[in-house]
Design a binder for this molecule. Sequence first.
Ligand code: PXP
Length: 259
Amino acid sequence: MARASVRHQRLGVNIDHVATLRNARGGSHPDPLRAAMSIAEGGGEGVTAHLREDRRHITDRDIDRLKAECPLPLNFEMAATGEMLEIARRVRPHAACLVPEKREERTTESGLDVVRVEDSLRPIVHGLGEIGCRVSLFIDPEPAQLEAAARLGAPVVELHTGTYCEAVGDARAMELARLRRAAALAMELGIECHAGHGLDFATVGPVAAIPEIIELNIGHYLVGEAIFAGFVPTIARMRRLMDEARAPLGAKAAEPEAR
Ligand code: PXP
């Protein structure tokens, strides 16, 4: 029996850790812009960069150069602060993903608690919408968070896959089920669903196979693996794994579509 075609799943490549490596020596190599310029060659469709409040990896200048010189859509990850909103107003990225930020954390450890900070998020979501930026909220795969995102009128959520990636055995299966339920609920609520954090070659398949998830954002593993295999081949392998996971759903691998 023929299956209905499922939407193509985009791959956004997070280049933060190219900047981490550059900053280790304080010079200009390796250049995150150069990495961004090669994403498309590997089959990635977007560039993601997180301008953290402490500027530990990506800098303001990186964001300006990415916007000015990289033809791929820029997904600007940002804390929900007035400072970041001002930068977004100036840079006008294609998309902005609101993430929680703690100075002492190594990476974004959990999703935004939209339920708790709904009122303070509202002006930021609104402000980003006003400049035509596609707003997404990075959340844990919990119904209450999705419902709060819907109340805020966020057009997109990105589900945090970190707990799924770290879990083993039955716990991982349970986390995957949680992601599936959250993705289905996002669709019911009319919210576009993305996912990311901690994904690697071993964990990407089951998440890529969730039909409602139409974008994955992957960074740290790709940059690390690139040391051994090269950046473009590493992205290409991730792209292939995503396409293979999605093929049984009837997804078209290279179906062009608006973002
Ligand atoms: N999505 C969001 C919202 C993130 O904050 C990050 C990490 O910066 C990623 C995706 C990518 O995670 P990773 O680098 O672990 O692949």
